[in-house]
Design a protein around this ligand. Structure first.
Ligand code: G3H
Ligand code: 13P
Ligand code: ZN
Length: 280
C-alpha cells in the first residue's frame, strides 16, 4: 500500500499499547529486509533514513526503494527522516515524499528547539507529514562522560511538558539512559523518569539507541508509553556478521549476491525478533 504518515501507525500503537519498530536503512537489502520482516509478522513498520544514509545512498534512491517495497507490501509503512538537524533538510525530505520527519533540536537551548520544531510543524501540518521532536541529549556509547554528566542530559519531565504544550509535536524522543551504537556494559533505563514524562505529556514516546537494551527493559518501556523504538546497530551487526561468515567460509567468493543475500536474510530475522518484542 502507499506510504502512510507515521502518526497513523503511532495512533494505532497507542490504542493497542505496543510500539512500532523503526529501523534504519542505507541500501536496497536493508529496505527489503525491513519490509519482508514486517510482512511476515503482519505488522506495521517504520523505515527511517539518517542524514548520513541520505548522503550515502541518495535521497531519490531511499524514497524510490522504500516506496516500491511499501507499495507491494500488505502492511502499512511510513518513511521517516531520522535526526534531521536543519529546517532545509526536513523540507527536502517532505518535498521528496517522506511521510514523517524528525527535527532534532536537542543540542539547541530550549526556546530555540521549540522555535525550530514549530517552524517544521507549520509546514508538516499543511502537508500531512508527522513530526518527531527531541528533548534531552541521547548521545553515543563512545561519549566519554561520567554517569552524573550523563544523567544531567536526561530529559527533564517538567521541561518535556512545557515543550509539548508549546509545540504539539506528534512524538517525542527522550533521553533516559540509552545511547546510540554498541554498549560497553548493560544500559540502565530510568523508567520512573519515562513514566513521569509520559504522565505529564501524554505524547507517544520514542526510544532511541535501543540496540543492546535488554528485552525486559524494552517491554517495561513499552508498558510506560514508548510507541516507537529505533534500531540501527543490531541490524548492522546482523548484516556484517553474515558477510564475514560467508567470506570466511569462502574467501575467494566474488559474487556480491552470495554475501548480500544471506546478509539480507539475517537482517530479516533480527527485524522480526524486534517487532515481536515491541508488541510488549
Ligand atoms: O541515530 C543514529 C543512527 O544509528 C544513524 O546512524 O548517522 O551513522 O547513519 P548514521
Ligand atoms: P541504535 O543504533 O543504538 O540502535 O540507535 C538507533 C537510533 O536511535 C536511530 O535514531
Ligand atoms: Zn537516534
Amino acid at each position: 500500500m502507499p506510504l502512510v504518515p507515521m502518526k497513523e501507525l503511532l495512533d494505532r500503537a497507542e490504542q493497542g499499547k505496543y510500539a512500532v519498530g523503526a529501523f534504519n536503512c542505507n541500501n536496497m537489502e536493508i529496505v527489503q529486509a525491513i519490509i519482508t520482516a514486517a510482512t511476515k509478522e503482519n505488522s506495521p513498520v517504520i523505515v527511517q533514513a539518517s542524514q548520513g544514509a541520505i548522503k550515502y545512498a541518495g535521497i531519490d534512491y531511499i524514497v524510490a526503494l522504500t516506496r516500491l517495497a511499501a507499495e507491494a507490501a500488505p502492511v502499512p509503512v511510513a518513511l521517516h527522516l531520522d535526526h534531521g538537524t536543519s529546517f532545509e533538510q526536513v523540507m527536502l525530505c517532505i518535498a521528496k515524499g517522506f511521510t514523517s520527519v524528525m527535527i532534532d533540536g536537542s543540542k539547541l537551548p530550549l526556546e530555540e528547539n521549540i522555535k525550530l520544531t514549530n517552524r517544521v510543524l507549520d509546514v508538516a501540518r499543511a502537508t500531512g507529514v508527522t513530526v518527531e521532536a527531541e528533548l534531552g541529549k541521547i548521545g553515543g556509547t563512545e561519549d566519554d562522560i561520567t554517569v552524573s554528566e550523563k544523567e544531567a542530559q536526561y530529559t527533564d519531565p517538567e521541561e518535556a511538558a512545557y515543550f509539548v504544550e508549546k509545540t504539539g509535536a506528534d512524538a517525542l524522543a527522550i533521553a533516559i539512559g540509552t545511547a546510540h551504537g554498541q554498549y560497553k556494559g548493560e544500559p540502565k533505563l530510568d523508567l520512573e523518569r519515562l513514566e513521569k514524562i509520559r504522565s505529564l505529556t501524554n505524547v507517544p514516546i520514542v526510544l532511541h539507541g535501543s540496540s543492546g537494551v535488554p528485552d525486559e527493559a524494552i517491554r517495561e518501556a513499552v508498558k510506560r508509553g514508548v510507541r516507537k523504538v529505533n534500531i540501527d546497530t543490531n541490524v548492522r551487526e546482523a548484516f556484517m556478521a553474515e558477510v564475514k561468515r560467508v567470506l570466511t567460509a569462502n574467501p575467494n567468493e566474488i559474487d556480491p549476491r552470495k554475501t548480500l543475500g544471506p546478509a539480507r536474510e539475517a537482517m530479516t530475522e533480527i527485524v522480526r525478533e524486534k517487532i515481536r518484542l515491541f508488541r510488549g
